[in-house]
Design a protein around this ligand. Structure first.
Ligand code: GLU
Length: 483
């Protein structure tokens, strides 16, 4: 058994939680569970321009809904933002003095320097580079500014950022748990900003400081962060800290192999709750984006996932999200819900009391066909709301090439036969209705109008089942109303 892993997700509260972050959270959660470690949630809110009020809370709500709550860090307590654990604060904006202190430490050690370039100066530098046909990048112009001058300008109140002084020409070799050994050269890297002029750290500084102080053992993050890897490694080195392991999980694409978006049916995570997807279905679909169990097994309980999961089975190749597969998986999980649990959903969504016998019966009759819980009003609503008697209903009840009068006659006979049925089971209802079937009158001629008459729907469970769901009294009321 491997040693306990401390892993985290570090979402930025810039909007809704995307499926990519959920997928990372699933991998983290599984690795933590598997190794008896901890799953942490940290809020990276250092980009004040992109901050969205309420975003952190919605991210935490999504995690709670999915059953991926943090062992440590940010979580929702009675609907409000809260933190737990000994390494707080877990929201970066609450910890500014620490990042500033560490930036100062880097300055003192010669691993960082102040850059006084104004926005206009940087813009001009960029356009000159472009005019020369060069790639735009920071040209390190303030790196050689003498310390005394730098200190004096800062003391005089001039605005500055702090940049990391990367070694100028050095190969950096970093191991990735998914991609193996990766080599970079600092020639290709910029002296990026660590501390902004507003005193806020950038991701580069804050994530390293926090991963270190939160004792993260493996940084699991999206592939888009790979370019940060050599910079992170050099920052750990400059600070004299042991670096965690890294694992960059593959990018998620849509069916057409372009970056996953709304166009491919991807939605903000909490939307899936509203649309009637089950947490297990979303987790089970997303865990396959990059990971595979190495067996044919398609559906997993959480415990089975924990038992099967390993970082070694995460593949670096881009993963493709398939919204249709999510529907298929969701249908499977709905079919496997305990009846009473699904009946509660049905009662909630139909706004009726779950003790209503018809709720349980309609749940049983429709469980096989539900793909999403938001279909419940459409698929189950007839059980509690009688169809309106009008031409539309007569149209649905009357098969093509038949006349309403003809169908009406059949329904009169059906009503008489049903009145005599004592034990209201699907079997005795079937026997009763079959007694009306003859050479000239096919089963469909009898069953279709009955089913359509009591449900008011073009598609629903069959005649005996529908009658059984409604019970004798309600079935007869509906038939008589129509007649
Ligand atoms: N704040 C970063 C994001 O939202 C976190 C990346 C990471 O996991 O280190 O993408």
């Amino acid at each position: 058994m491997s040693s306990p892993e401390r892993v985290r997700i570090a979402p930025s509260p810039t909007g809704e939680m995307h499926l990519g972050t959920v997928r990372t959270a699933i991998f983290c959660w599984l690795l933590a569970r598997k190794t008896g470690g901890q799953f942490l949630v940290r809020i990276e809110d250092t980009d004040r321009n992109r901050f969205v009020e309420g975003s952190a809370e919605r991210i935490l709500e999504a995690l709670a809904w999915l059953g991926l709550e943090a062992d440590e860090g940010a979580y929702l307590k009675d609907g409000a933002y809260a933190e737990k654990g000994p390494h707080g604060p877990y929201t970066q904006s609450q910890n500014l003095p620490m990042y500033q202190e560490i930036a100062q430490q880097l300055l003192d050690g010669g691993h960082a320097y102040r850059c006084f370039a104004t926005a206009e100066e940087l813009e001009q530098m960029r356009s000159e580079q472009q005019a020369r046909g060069e790639l735009p990048r920071y040209d390190r112009r303030y790196r050689t500014l003498p310390c005394e001058e730098s200190d004096a300008r800062a003391a005089a109140g001039e605005s500055f950022v702090i940049r990391q002084a990367l070694p100028l020409d050095r190969e950096v070799v970093v191991h990735d748990r998914i991609r193996g050994e990766l080599r970079f050269n600092t020639r290709d890297l910029d002296d990026h900003v660590l501390l902004k002029s507003d005193g806020f750290p950038t991701y580069h500084l804050a994530s390293v400081v926090d991963d270190h102080r939160m004792e993260i053992t493996t940084v699991i993050r999206g592939e888009e962060w790979l370019p940060s890897l050599p910079k992170n490694a050099l920052l750990y080195e400059a600070l004299g800290w042991e670096a965690p392991a890294f694992a960059h999980v593959p990018v998620i694409l849509g069916q057409d192999k372009s970056k996953l978006s709304k166009r491919h049916g991807a939605r903000p995570t909490l939307d899936y709750r509203g649309m009637g997807y089950l947490p297990d279905a979303l987790v089970n679909t997303l865990v396959f984006l990059g990971w595979s169990p190495g067996t044919e097994q398609e559906f997993f309980t959480r415990d089975e996932l924990i038992a099967s999961f390993s970082m070694e089975r995460v593949n670096p190749a881009p993963a493709v999200f398939d919204a249709q597969r999510l529907d298929y998986v969701n249908g499977w999980y709905i079919r496997h819900l305990p009846l009473s649990e699904l009946a509660h959903e049905v009662a909630n969504r139909l706004r009726v009391d779950v003790s209503d016998e018809r709720v349980l019966r309609v749940t049983q009759a429709t469980q096989e066909r539900l793909k999403r819980l938001d279909e419940i009003p459409e698929v189950c609503g007839w059980a509690v709301t009688a169809p309106l008697v009008n031409d539309e209903l007569r149209g649905i009840v009357t098969p093509k090439k038949r006349a309403w009068e003809e169908v009406r006659q059949i329904l009169v006979e059906v009503t008489e036969v049903l009145e005599a049925v004592d034990s209201w089971t699907a079997e005795s209802l079937e026997t009763a209705l079959r007694s009306l079937v003859s050479e000239e009158r096919k089963t469909g001629d009898v069953f279709w109008p009955v089913r359509a008459a009591v449900t008011g729907l073009p598609a629903s469970p069959g005649a005996f089942e529908s009658l059984w769901v409604l019970g004798k009294e309600e079935s007869l009321v509906r038939l008589r109303n129509l007649l």
